[in-house]
Design a binder for this molecule. Structure first.
Ligand code: ASP
Length: 451
């Protein structure tokens, strides 16, 4: 079967008129069989996403208040939509589901928060299914529990249990259109678990892999992916094709097009991901694929993100000491931190970590152990670093790209604290001071796209 899985983001579902656009898109291609929805997003400047309202509601109730102000706002959002779409019959179902979920403030605060957060997607999927039926298109609301989307959550990381793919493949056999809420699944104990923010992208990718979709469409509010954050540069270069690997590198450095973990299930099955604009469906969008057919620029994209730091260790004759790196990494792993990069010299090594994880307390513990256990000459920490990446598969066959980038940055007076190129040669990473991050991205964009 040539099935398409289509995921629609919060801005595509923010109100009744957006939902109508979504339904027109759904019925515009008979292969669009599985639809994944986010919760309604913002309708205008200063509006609040339903998920944010739900988080406020849950926090209020956890603190002992009734949260009624948020409860009313959330119900209003759904009833405005349902009334405008003439599907008022879903409102009692939605209201009682929200009331049942928020009522028992359970002891496990994380589980409670997740259950309440999931309500936006749950109710939105009910609405989209009801509206499709109203306009004569057979559609079924598919609850993740019933179809076995099982997740586990450990050390703050949510992952899908392998057996879920098997369970979810049953979606193929549903007659008509399946409307599946994104963002959440269930633990083996039956509790709701949500992905991190933007996680409906991950649900869509999991479903696409489970049903062997021919394409996973990710409908959002931009015409395509751009070579650089459009907030930094006017009319940036459009990217119509990009590989999973390139996208992964860019996402790592702050390219916020898809959820960071969304590509993995599609990538494992080689399913192309097509990013498209709900408000401009005739645009070609961007295909994320295993192998590209065209390279219209040397660099595919440039991204930068703040929030990094380095742990710098020096020890004379480090390179001769068997197992030194392993011991350093062991100390960091004992503190539950994952490392980002590890540029090294013969007698020195720097470990790049995320500032959010490497707290002052972790720094104290790690530095103390490195000094005590490894007998080093010097250990220091550099904070407030940004990582800027230039990414492009075409770079592997071109001499001098790193030199060109480094020269452009140095001409602009930006000091390079770290340079790192992975073995795959599809990206070069520069570590610079945080205050130069956006400036450096613009300089590199000028160098590679404007000359
Ligand atoms: N509604 C959730 C959020 O706002 C998940 C999603 O939209 O993908 O993050």
């Amino acid at each position: 079967m040539n099935m398409i899985v289509s995921k629609f983001g919060g801005s595509s579902l923010s109100d009744a008129s957006q939902i109508k656009k979504v339904c027109d898109i759904i019925i515009g291609n008979a292969d669009r069989k599985i639809i994944v929805v986010s919760a309604p997003g913002v309708r205008m400047a200063n509006d609040i996403k339903v998920t944010d309202l739900l988080i406020s509601l849950a926090r209020e109730r956890l603190s002992g208040a009734d949260g009624d102000v948020f409860f009313v706002k959330i119900l209003d959002r759904f009833s405005d939509i349902a009334v405008a779409l003439h599907i008022e019959e879903v409102l009692p179902v939605i209201k009682s589901h929200i009331t049942d979920t928020i009522s028992p403030v359970c002891e496990n605060q994380d589980r409670y928060l997740d259950a309440v957060k999931s309500l936006g997607e749950h109710c939105c999927a009910r609405i989209v299914a009801a509206y499709l039926n109203r306009i004569g298109v057979k559609a079924t609301f598919c609850e993740p529990k019933e179809f076995g989307l099982l997740l586990s959550s450990s050390l703050g990381r949510v992952s899908v249990l392998e057996e879920s793919y098997d369970h979810l493949s049953a979606l193929k056999n549903i007659e008509g259109i399946c409307v599946f809420p994104g963002f959440y699944g269930y633990s083996l104990e039956g509790d709701i678990i949500t992905f991190t923010r933007g996680g409906s992208d991950v649900t869509g990718s999991i479903l696409a892999a489970a049903v062997d979709a021919k394409v996973y469409e990710n409908w959002t509010d931009v015409d395509c992916v751009y070579a650089v954050n459009p907030k930094l540069v006017t009319s940036p270069f459009p990217v119509h094709e990009i590989t999973y690997a390139e996208m992964r590198e860019l996402a790592y450095a702050g390219f916020a097009v898809l959820h960071e973990e969304a590509l993995y299930p599609a990538y494992r099955k080689g399913i192309p991901v097509h990013v498209r604009n709900t408000n401009n469906p005739s645009k070609e969008g961007t295909y994320i694929v295993a192998k590209r057919s065209v390279y219209d620029s040397l660099i595919t994209g440039i991204a930068g993100a703040n929030g990094f730091c380095t742990l710098n260790i020096k020890k004379y004759l480090m390179n001769r000491e068997v197992g030194f790196a392993m011991k350093v990494l062991g100390i960091i792993a004992d503190e539950g931190l994952s490392i980002e990069h590890m540029p090294s010299g013969i007698d020195s090594v720097s470990i790049v970590l995320r500032t959010a994880d490497f707290t002052a307390e972790k720094e104290r513990l790690i530095v103390e152990r490195v000094k005590k256990d490894l007998n080093v000459d010097d250990v220091s920490v550099t904070r407030k670093l940004a990582i800027v990446m230039i990414v492009g598969e075409a770079m592997a066959n071109t001499v001098g790209t790193t030199a060109r980038a480094a020269q452009a940055l140095s001409k602009a007076g930006i000091n390079l604290e770290i340079i790192n190129q992975g073995a795959s040669e599809i990206s070069v990473m520069f570590g610079i001071r945080e205050e130069y991050c956006n400036y450096a991205v613009r300089i590199l964009y000028n160098e590679f796209f404007m000359k």
